[in-house]
Design a protein around this ligand. Structure first.
Ligand code: ASP
Ligand code: MG
Length: 451
C-alpha cells in the first residue's frame, strides 16, 4: 500500500458544494493510505488578516463584523453538510467551540492592546483549523474512519512566525508519528499553511498549503502528491486569451520556475521542491472536473534526453527592448545591468556579445525612463513579448523549432525588427511589434498545438 497526499485549495473547500466534491475525491481514493491537506475556505485567510488588522482599533466594531462573517460562513457550511439535524447539532457544537476560542483570542489581544507576530500567526491559523474540523466531521458523518492530525506536530519550522521556513530534518524525523497513526487509520486529515516552532504556531506564508502538502509527502516518502484546485492543470496558455488552451501533461520543475519568473500564475516552484527532490510526482488536478488528467510536475532530470518540446506560451504586452553598442570606451557590463535594474521592474532577458548589449525589460519603475539611459546611448523601444516554454529548446534543428520558424517567416511584418529571438534550454522569446502580440500568440498556439 502506498501513501498519497491530497491537497485541496481554498476554492475546493469554499462551500458545501465544493466540500462534497472534495469528499467524493477522497472517498474514491481508497486503495492507498491518504493524507488530506486542506486550505482555509476561500476568502477566510483574508478575513482573518483584516481581523488582526482591525482588532486593535479603539472606537470601531469592524472586528466584530468580521468575526460574525467568519462564524456565519462556517455555521452555514455545517448546516448544509450535515443534513441530519441531530448530528448537525453535535458538530455545530464542536465548530462553535473553535469559534469561541478565536473570539477569546481576539478579546485577549484587545485587553493587552498588543499584537505580536506570534499571536498574528495564531489568529491566521484558524482558517485551516476550521476547514479541517468541518471536513473531518463530515467524513465521520459519511461513515469514514479517519484521524484529525494537528499539522503543527509534523511541520516544524524556524521562529519567523508569519513567514516561517520549514525544518526538513525535523519534518523527516516526524514521519514516525504519521506512520504510527497509519497503523490504525487509512485516512488522515490535516491543515495546510500552519507549522510550529517549539509548540508555537507558525505560518508558511500566503498560499503555503501547497508547501505543506509537499512537506508531508517529503516526510513519509509518499508515492504522489495531488494538488486539487479549480483549474484543469498548468495550461498551455492563458484560457482568457486562448479558449482552446489545454493542460500540459508533464512539466519539469525548471519549467515551472521559468514560467513563474516570467509572471505566469502557476504554483510557486519552491513549494513543490521538497516532493520533487525526492522524485515524488506532483499532480495538479481540478476538483470540479475530475475527467481532466491534469498536469504532472516531475524533476528536471527526468526529461533530460527527450526531444525538444514547447509546452506553453505566455504574452507579455508593452515591454521594452533595449540595445546598446559596446566599444572600448564602454563601462563594464555590471554597470549597465544595474542601471537597467534601477529603471525597470524586471529584466526578462539580458544578452551581450563584443559589440552589443541587449535587454528585454518589463514595466518602468518610475513614470518616465531615467535620463541616464539616454545619456548612455541606449536604444529603447516598446515591444510585445511572446514567451514559449518547454524542454531542451536549444536544439534548434528540431521539428518544433521548425514550426516556429515557419510562423516567423509568415508573420515577419508583425515582428519587431524582423525576427528577433533569444533561445535558452527552457524558453524562447519572440518580440512582436507593440499591439501585435495577441493575434500572433493565437496564431502560434494554433500552429503548435492545434494542428
Ligand atoms: N489559507 C492560506 C492562504 O490563503 C494558505 C493557502 O490557502 O494555501 O494563503
Ligand atoms: Mg490557496
Amino acid at each position: 500500500m502506498g501513501i498519497k497526499v491530497l491537497k485541496f485549495g481554498g476554492t475546493s473547500v469554499a462551500n458545501s458544494y465544493a466540500m462534497q466534491k472534495a469528499f467524493d475525491i477522497v472517498a474514491s481514493n481508497n486503495k492507498d493510505k491518504t493524507i488530506v491537506v486542506l486550505s482555509a475556505c476561500s476568502g477566510i485567510t483574508d478575513k482573518l488578516i483584516s481581523l488582526s488588522e482591525t482588532c486593535l482599533q479603539k472606537n470601531s466594531n469592524e472586528y466584530e463584523k468580521i468575526l460574525n462573517e467568519i462564524e456565519k460562513h462556517h455555521l452555514k457550511l455545517v448546516f448544509e453538510l450535515f443534513w441530519d439535524p441531530d448530528k448537525a447539532t453535535t458538530y455545530m457544537k464542536s465548530i462553535n467551540f473553535i469559534l469561541q476560542s478565536l473570539r477569546q483570542l481576539i478579546e485577549g489581544v484587545r485587553i493587552l492592546d498588543e499584537l505580536t507576530a506570534k499571536v498574528k500567526a495564531e489568529i491566521l491559523s484558524y482558517g485551516e483549523i476550521l476547514s479541517t474540523n468541518v471536513f473531518y466531521h463530515y467524513l465521520l458523518f459519511r461513515g469514514f474512519l479517519c484521524f484529525l492530525l494537528d499539522a503543527r506536530e509534523i511541520i516544524e519550522t524556524d521562529n519567523f512566525h508569519t513567514n516561517a521556513k520549514p525544518n526538513l530534518l525535523k519534518i523527516e524525523q516526524n514521519r514516525e508519528k504519521i506512520l504510527k497513526i497509519f497503523q490504525n487509520y487509512d485516512l488522515i486529515v490535516t491543515q495546510g499553511f500552519i507549522g510550529s516552532w517549539k509548540k508555537e504556531t507558525t505560518l508558511l506564508g500566503r498560499g503555503g498549503s501547497d508547501f505543506s502538502a509537499s512537506l508531508f509527502a517529503y516526510s513519509v516518502d509518499a508515492d504522489e502528491v495531488q494538488i486539487w484546485t479549480d483549474v484543469d492543470g498548468i495550461m498551455s496558455a492563458d484560457p482568457r486569451l486562448i479558449p482552446s488552451a489545454k493542460p500540459i501533461k508533464t512539466i519539469t520543475m525548471d519549467e515551472v520556475a521559468e514560467l513563474s519568473f516570467f509572471g505566469a500564475k502557476v504554483l510557486h516552484p519552491e513549494t513543490v521542491k521538497p516532493a520533487v527532490i525526492k522524485n515524488i510526482p506532483v499532480k495538479v488536478l481540478n476538483t470540479f472536473n475530475t475527467d481532466s488528467l491534469g498536469t504532472t510536475i516531475v524533476s528536471s532530470n527526468s526529461l533530460r534526453n527527450h526531444a525538444p518540446t514547447i509546452n506553453s506560451m505566455i504574452l507579455l504586452e508593452n515591454c521594452y527592448f533595449l540595445k546598446k553598442s559596446l566599444d572600448l570606451n564602454s563601462k563594464n557590463i555590471a554597470y549597465y545591468i544595474s542601471l537597467l535594474n534601477d529603471n525597470f521592474d524586471k529584466l526578462l532577458k539580458i544578452s551581450f556579445n563584443q559589440n552589443y548589449l541587449y535587454a528585454i525589460a518589463k514595466g518602468e519603475k518610475y513614470t518616465s525612463i531615467d535620463e541616464s539611459l539616454t545619456t548612455e546611448d541606449f536604444f529603447v523601444d516598446r515591444v510585445d513579448v511572446l514567451a514559449f516554454f518547454g524542454n531542451n529548446l536549444s536544439k534548434t534543428d528540431s521539428r518544433t523549432i521548425g514550426k516556429l520558424m515557419k510562423i516567423i517567416t509568415k508573420h515577419g511584418d508583425k515582428l519587431f525588427n524582423h525576427f528577433y529571438f533569444i533561445v535558452s534550454e527552457k524558453s524562447i522569446l519572440l518580440l512582436a511589434e507593440q499591439g501585435e502580440g495577441k493575434l500572433l500568440l493565437q496564431e502560434c498556439h494554433s500552429t503548435l498545438f492545434e494542428q
